[in-house]
Design a protein around this ligand. Structure first.
Ligand code: HEM
Length: 459
C-alpha cells in the first residue's frame, strides 16, 4: 500500500534502472567488463564469423584491401559531413567556400585534403581489390553475384569521385566535367536527353552543380552503403576463399576472430589513417582559378580515371570510343564469374606457375602493343583513308574493332596451343586488356599536350 502511494520516492534513477534491467537480462550475464566484451563481440560478429581459419589471416592473401575500402568509406563520410558545414553549392559561392576552407577555417584544408585524397585512393584500391579477387579466383561459386555487386560498387566509387570533382567549381572541375559528360552524348538516341538531364540544361551550369551535389552527398553514398552492406553480408555467409594448399588444414586450424583478426585490422586501420593524415597534411588537393565557362584550357582533359576513354575517342569513331568498347569491357568484366569457373585454383594466386609467367608476359605485351597501336595510328594507320567509300562508323568503328578482336582471338588460341589451360589463357587475355587500358590512361594523362597532340618527354 505504502509502495503504491509513494512510488516516485522509491524508484531508482532511470539510468540505474536501465543498468539493472540489462544486468538481469539473460543476454548479458556476468559483470560489467564481461558485458561490454559481449556487446563489442556481437557487433564484430555481425561482420565476421566467430572463428576464422588461420591461413586466411595471412596478409599477403587479401592485402587487407577490402578492409581498407571500408576505412576509406568511413574517412570520406566523416570528412564529407564536416565539409558540408562550409560548402555552398552555387556557382557564386562554391569556389569562395573552398578558399575559406583553405584560409579561414581551422583544419579546413586538412579536412578537404583528406576527403580528396581518400576519394581518389578509393578508385585505385577498389581496382586493386578487384584484381586480388580476380587473380585468386575469389569470384567462383557461390560468390558470382557478389562479384557483380563488386563491379557495381566500383562504378559507384567512380561516380562519387566524378560528381565530387565539380563541386570546387574551379577551371579544372568545370572543364573536366564538361569533357566527361560529353562522352555520354555519343550514346545513340538517348545520349543527348540523358546529358541534358544530368546537366540540368544544355551545358554545365548552376543546375549541374545542384544535381551533382545531390548525387554526391546523398544518392551515391546511400547506394554505396546499401550495396557494401549486402557485399559484406555475402562475404560473411559464403566465407572468404582460402588458399588451396591450406584447404585441408583450414578446418582444423581455426582461431577466434577476437582478438586474432580484429587486432590485425585495428593496427592496419591505424597505420593507414596515420599515412593518410600525414599525406594530407603536406600535399594539397588541386584548386585552380575560379571556373570560367568562356575560357577552355588547352588541352581540356577529363578526370584521370576517364583518361583511358578520352584516349580511345582519339582513335575510334566516337560511338565506339565512348560507348561500344567501354560497354563491351564492362559487360565482360561483370560476366567473368559466369565464363570461367576453375574451382581447382580457388585461392591460388594466378592459378599456377605457368599462369604467373603468362600474366607477366601479357602485361608487358599489353603495354608494348598499346604504345605501338597509338604511335602507328599517329603516323600510318588510317582505316577511314583506306576505306573512304564506307561510312565512318564502319571504317573507323567496326573495322578497327574487328581487327583488334581478331588479334585477341589469335593470342588466345596461341596460348592454348602452347598448352595453357582455358582459365590461364583467359587470365592472360584479361591481363592484356587491363594493361592496355592502364597504358591508354597513362598516355592520356602524361603524353597528351596542346590540342591533345602526342608529346613525348624528349620532344
Ligand atoms: C566499396 C567497395 C568494396 C568494399 C568495401 C569491399 C569489401 C570487401 C571485403 C571486406 C571483403 C573480404 C575480403 C577482403 O578483404 O578482400 C571483400 C571480398 C570480396 N569482394 Fe569486395 N569490396 C568492395 C568492392 C569490390 C569490387 C570492386 C569487387 C569486384 C568486382 C569485389 C568483389 C569481392 C568478392 C568476390 C569478394 C569475396 C572474395 C573471396 O572470398 O576471396 N569487391 N570485399
Amino acid at each position: 500500500m505504502t509502495e503504491q502511494t509513494t512510488p516516485q520516492a522509491e524508484k531508482p534513477p532511470l539510468l540505474t534502472r536501465i543498468q539493472q534491467s540489462v544486468q538481469r537480462s539473460p543476454l548479458f550475464p556476468g559483470d560489467d567488463r564481461e558485458r561490454m566484451k559481449m556487446v563489442m563481440n556481437s557487433l564484430i560478429l555481425h561482420i565476421h564469423p566467430s572463428k576464422v581459419s588461420k591461413p586466411a589471416l595471412k596478409f599477403n592473401y587479401t592485402f587487407g584491401l577490402g578492409g581498407l575500402l571500408i576505412l576509406l568509406m568511413t574517412v570520406l563520410s566523416v570528412t564529407g559531413v564536416l565539409l558540408l558545414f562550409v560548402y555552398t553549392p552555387s556557382p557564386d559561392a562554391a569556389y569562395d567556400s573552398m578558399i575559406a576552407l583553405q584560409t579561414e577555417i581551422y583544419f579546413g584544408n586538412l579536412i578537404r585534403n583528406l576527403h580528396h585524397w581518400s576519394g581518389n585512393l578509393m578508385v585505385i584500391v577498389g581496382l586493386l581489390h578487384l584484381l586480388r579477387v580476380f587473380y585468386t579466383a575469389g569470384f567462383t561459386r557461390p560468390r558470382e553475384f557478389n562479384w557483380v555487386m563488386g563491379v557495381s560498387l566500383l562504378l559507384l566509387i567512380v561516380a562519387a569521385n566524378f560528381t565530387g570533382y565539380l563541386l570546387p567549381w574551379d577551371q579544372l572541375a568545370y572543364w573536366a566535367v564538361t569533357v566527361g559528360t560529353s562522352l555520354l552524348d555519343y550514346i545513340p538516341l538517348v545520349g543527348e536527353p540523358l546529358t541534358r538531364l544530368l546537366l540540368g540544361g544544355p551545358e554545365v551550369g548552376a543546375a549541374t552543380l545542384t544535381n551533382f551535389y545531390g548525387m554526391h552527398i546523398a544518392l551515391i553514398p546511400l547506394a554505396i552503403f546499401a550495396i557494401v552492406s549486402f557485399h559484406i553480408w555475402r562475404v560473411r555467409k559464403d566465407t572468404i576463399t582460402v588458399p588451396r594448399k591450406f584447404n585441408e588444414e583450414a578446418d582444423k586450424e581455426k582461431v577466434t576472430t577476437v582478438p586474432h583478426l580484429v587486432s590485425i585490422e585495428l593496427v592496419f586501420a591505424l597505420v593507414w589513417l596515420a599515412l593518410l593524415i600525414a599525406w594530407s597534411a603536406f600535399v594539397n588537393a588541386p584548386l585552380e582559378e575560379a571556373a570560367n565557362p568562356a575560357h577552355s584550357p588547352n588541352p581540356a582533359k577529363a578526370a584521370w580515371y576517364f583518361m583511358g576513354f578520352q584516349e580511345l575517342l582519339l582513335h575510334f569513331h566516337s560511338v565506339f570510343g565512348a560507348i561500344v568498347i567501354p560497354g563491351l569491357g564492362l559487360l565482360g568484366l561483370a560476366l567473368i564469374p559466369y565464363l570461367d569457373q576453375d574451382m581447382d585454383s580457388i585461392g591460388v594466386w594466378f592459378h599456377s606457375i605457368w599462369g604467373r609467367v603468362l600474366t607477366g608476359l601479357s602485361f608487358v605485351l599489353g603495354v608494348v602493343a598499346t604504345f605501338g597501336f597509338v604511335w602507328l595510328d599517329e603516323v600510318w594507320l588510317d582505316f577511314p583513308g583506306w576505306l573512304p567509300f564506307l561510312p565512318s562508323i564502319i571504317n573507323n568503328g567496326w573495322v578497327p574493332l574487328a581487327f583488334i578482336l581478331l588479334i585477341l582471338y589469335g593470342y588466345y588460341e596461341l596460348l592454348k596451343a602452347f598448352g595453357s589451360k582455358t582459365c590461364e589463357a583467359r587470365q592472360a587475355l584479361f591481363t592484356f586488356l587491363l594493361s592496355s587500358f592502364v597504358t591508354l590512361t597513362l598516355i592520356g594523362i602524361f603524353l597528351r599536350g596542346e590540342g591533345m597532340a602526342l608529346i613525348f618527354p624528349w620532344s
